[in-house]
Design a protein around this ligand. Sequence first.
Ligand SMILES: Nc1ncnc2c1ncn2[C@@H]1O[C@H](COP(=O)(O)OP(=O)(O)OP(=O)(O)O)[C@@H](O)[C@H]1O
Ligand SMILES: [Mg+2]
Length: 367
Amino acid sequence: MSVIPMTNDIILEGIDLTKHFGGGGLLSSPTVVRAVDGVSLSVQRGETFAIVGESGCGKSTLGRLLLRLIEPTGGDVRYEGKSILGLNKSEMRKLRREMQIIFQDPFASLNPRMNVGDIIAEPIWLHGLGRGKEKRERVADLMRTVGLIPTHTDRYPHEFSGGQRQRIGIARALAGDPKLIIGDEPVSALDVSIQAQIINLLEDLKQRFGLTLVIVAHDLAVIRHMSDRVAVMYLGEIVELSETDELFDNPLHPYTQALLAAIPIPNPMNRQPKALLQGDVPSPAAPPSGCRFHTRCPHARPLCKEQHPALEAAPDGRKVACHFWREIQGAGAGSISAPSQSAALSKRLALYRTWRERQDNPVTTSP
Ligand SMILES: Nc1ncnc2c1ncn2[C@@H]1O[C@H](COP(=O)(O)OP(=O)(O)OP(=O)(O)O)[C@@H](O)[C@H]1O
Ligand SMILES: [Mg+2]
C-alpha cells in the first residue's frame, strides 16, 4: 500500500451511476435487477482504490460501468474530467488503451486458441504500437516485466499455471501503456501464496509505470494490503468510503463492522468476534425499503425501514450511509478488529519480498 497525498487530481469519476438489468424489451426478464444504484465515486491518479462487498452486491457491474464495457441506465462516467458516455466507437477504442481490465479467471479471459505471444501482441497491433521485430521485442519485454520467460511466446494458455496465466493477463493489459487498470478479483482464483506474488507484481508495476489501480475484491485481507481507499458496497450502493487504515481501525457502518468481524481467525486462542450479520443478502431485484441493510443490521430502528440514508460526510473525509453511525460509534461497536488473516498474508508478502530482494540483489562478499 502506498501513501498518496490527497490531491484533486481525479482520473476517473462515477457520478450517480445506475445499472438496472431486465425490465424491458422483448428478450429481457420482466424483473428489474438493481445491480448498481446511484453510485458516485472519484478515483485519484496514482492511488489504489478498492471496491469491496459480498457476492452479488454489484462490484463487477460497477467496474464494467467505469470502463464503459456496459452502458449505464443512468449517471455519468468521467475520465480525466470528460464524460466518456458520448464517445463514439473509435474514440472509445483509443481510450481503452489507457483504461484496461484484468479478470478473476485468467483462463476464461485468455483465448485458448491463441499462443501467448499473439495474446500479448494483439493490443500492440490493435493500437498501432509496433509491427514486426518491434512488436516481438515489446512482447518479450512485457513478458520479462511480469516475470514470464520471454521465449515461451509460442505456448498456449493451458500450458501455464494459474499464477502464470494471470501474469499473461497483466502483460496484455500493460501492452497498450495504460494509465489505469481495473482488476476484477485479480487474485481470488489463485492459491494464497500465488496471490501474494501477483499482489506484489501489481504493486511493483503500479510504481514503475505510475498506474492507477481500481481493485474489485471480496477478500478484505487483499484490500488491506493493496489499497489506499476503500468503497464498501451493499446491494448496489456504497455504504462507506474511507481511507484503508481508518476503515480497518474504526469501521463506521454496521455492515463494514460485520464484514470485518466475519474474517475467519485461524488461531483458536483468538476468540471469533460475535457474528453480527444474519441471513443472506436480499435480492437486488427487490431491495429492502429505507436502508437496504436494515433487514440484517443489529442496530436497525424503525426509521431505517422507512428512510433511505444518504452517503454523508463523516470526520476525516470519510463517508458513511447510516442514520445512526454516531450512536453506534458511541456504543463502542467500532472497535472490532480481525487482523490475523491479513497478518498471515502480510507474513507471506514479507517472505516473498525478502526472497525477491535476494533474487534481485544476490549476496556478494562484503569488502
Ligand atoms: N448481465 C446481467 N443480467 C442480469 N443480471 C445481472 C447481469 N450482470 C449482473 N447481474 C446481477 O446484478 C447483480 C450484481 O452482480 P455483480 O456481478 O456486479 O456482483 P458482484 O458484486 O461482482 O458479485 P461477485 O462477488 O459474485 O462477483 C447480481 O444480482 C447479478 O445477478
Ligand atoms: Mg464480480
